[in-house]
Design a protein around this ligand. Structure first.
Ligand code: ADP
Ligand code: MG
Length: 253
């Protein structure tokens, strides 16, 4: 971890949504500073505003009050330096894996050799080069999520925002993908913010775990995870790991 200026900052974010019973405060006074190269996890029960926070950090929606800054500049729309992966891969079934990953580049009118190189590099980062010509239905759920991650990587973002990217997968696949994600993060020196409702997953991955509480969504704790890296899956059965996981569980209440 570094002491550099934060790469992404959220200051006093408020966000409410209209509902039949009046406005629902999804987030109230949430502030976060993400350090360059950090792996930050955000945990909390369903409905506490995790997805809302991630969409704000991505510039996909605007806060009612407060602000988000990327490298000091006000964030008012999505940008290529911030890649986003949602819970559902949302791949286009009629496009091959490579063509799905290439999609975000098509608006940019890059020379085709450069686009192909970027697609190849992104697929290589998630270990799917051999599947470039396959269609989504030919892949497992875990592989489809890896394609979604490759698609988010194709702009070579500095920051990767992940919203429960492995939430729909079975536990064993999820463990394996978490380990892969750590390897990708470590070799690419990206900054990652990952939302999850899984405490053990959050602790396994992160330098720091932020805890959100529901109605209204507020940040109630920031728990450092001082467990050395590289981290292996065997850590999940280790005492120090379980101590931190228990602290996070306590903070959620
Ligand atoms: N687009 C929306 N329109 C109306 N209500 C929303 C919208 N998005 C989120 N909400 C509400 O805001 C709260 C937080 O939602 P969300 O950020 O999706 O939580 P989480 O991802 O932690 O489950 C919930 O009460 C949800 O119903
Ligand atoms: Mg969500």
């Amino acid at each position: 971890m570094t002491n550099d200026q934060p790469v992404l900052t959220a200051s006093h974010l408020h966000k409410a949504f209209p509902s039949r019973r009046g406005a629902v405060a999804a987030l109230e006074d949430v502030s976060v500073a993400v350090r360059p190269g950090e792996f930050l996890s955000v945990v909390g029960p369903s409905g506490c505003g995790k997805t809302t926070l991630l969409r704000l950090l991505a510039g996909l929606i605007a806060p009612d009050a407060g602000e988000v800054r990327f490298n000091g500049a006000l964030l008012t729309e999505p940008r290529a330096e911030i890649g986003v992966v949602f819970q559902n891969a949302n791949l286009m079934p009629w496009r091959t894996v490579a063509d799905n990953v290439r999609l975000p580049l098509e608006v940019e009118k890059l020379p085709s050799a450069e686009a192909a190189g970027r697609v190849q590099a992104a697929l290589s980062m998630v270990g799917l080069v051999e599947f470039a010509a396959n269609y989504p239905h030919e892949l497992s759920g875990g592989m489809q999520q890896r394609v979604a991650i490759a698609r988010a990587l194709v702009h070579q973002p500095k920051i990767l925002l992940l919203d429960e990217p492995f939430g729909a997968l079975d536990a064993l696949t999820r463990e394996r993908l978490n380990e892969e994600l750590l390897r990708l993060w470590q070799t690419s020196h990206k900054t990652v913010v990952m939302v999850t409702h899984n405490i053990r997953e959050a602790v396994f991955l992160a330098d720091r775990v932020l805890v959100l509480s529901p109605r209204p969504g507020r940040l109630t704790a920031a728990i450092p995870v001082e467990i050395p890296r590289p981290r292996k899956l065997s850590l999940l059965y280790d005492g120090a790991f379980n101590d931190v996981a228990y602290r996070v569980r306590q903070a959620i209440g």
